[in-house]
Design a protein around this ligand. Structure first.
Ligand code: CA
Length: 236
């Protein structure tokens, strides 16, 4: 029998944790509940989940601090994080994405929305079946091994940025609008705003370091990956 996807639910309110867990269990997931960052860390040290549902407001370390910590840790770096927030305002969502969350969901949410988002982050994480290694300029991406290198040096990159870069590298020298990227990279973008693309492009550039300039912003149109040999230096 196939293993059920394991979902670590980090939530301090028992009623919400219980409701979420029951719904996950009824929909083919294996929920594990942790009431705070300490309990969550214990679970992560024992078994890596397939996805983390992380509440923003927690006693002790906040969800934001935990997301940042887990993104910075080699063991947990590639586990997708879906943040649960009671606040709906944009700066907080962006802060969550900046801290390393792959997506966020605002409370109160419907079960259907929660399940759709979880499935979307799991799909995004699924290894690409297309090809193995893509090279653009001195950037080399190995999709099968989930490795990225620039000028022979390995780069650390989050799962969503990896998928975004993989898509851009397969279609270099072409302008992609935000909605095209949402469609091709995120796939199920019913709940994702175009602004999300900008946040991930920013993170991608940071992850690329010296190669970050290869991702060009095309004003009013979108983004383009330019190989250095073609770059004119006129990109914004
Ligand atoms: Ca809470």
């Amino acid at each position: 029998m196939k293993n059920l996807p394991r979902v670590l639910v980090v939530e301090d309110e028992p009623a919400i944790a219980e409701l979420v867990s029951v719904n996950l269990r009824h929909n083919g997931f294996q929920p594990v509940w942790a009431e705070d960052g300490v309990a969550a860390q214990r679970e992560l040290d024992a078994v890596l989940p397939d996805v983390i549902l992380l509440d923003w407001m927690l006693p002790g370390q906040s969800g934001l601090a935990l997301a940042r910590k887990w993104r910075g840790d080699g063991r947990t770096r590639s586990v997708p994080i879906l943040m649960l927030t009671a606040r709906g305002d944009e700066p907080d969502k962006v802060a969550g994405l900046d801290a390393g969350a792959d997506d966020y969901i605002t409370k109160p949410f419907s079960t259907q929305e929660l399940l759709a988002r979880i499935r979307a982050v799991l799909r995004r994480r699924a290894p690409e079946q297309l090809g193995d290694t893509v090279t653009v300029g001195e950037l080399v991406l190995d999709a099968a091994a989930h490795r990225l290198a620039w000028r022979g040096r390995a780069l650390k990159i989050g799962p969503t940025e990896f998928k975004l870069l993989h898509y851009l590298m397969r279609h270099p020298e072409r302008v992609h609008s935000r909605s095209q990227l949402l469609d091709k990279v995120w796939g199920d973008h019913v709940f994702i705003e175009e602004r999300t693309v900008d946040v991930h492009v920013k993170r991608l550039r940071e992850a690329l370091g010296g190669a970050g300039a290869m991702i060009e912003t095309v004003r009013g149109a979108g983004y383009r990956l330019a190989a250095p040999s073609f770059a004119t230096g006129a990109a914004s």
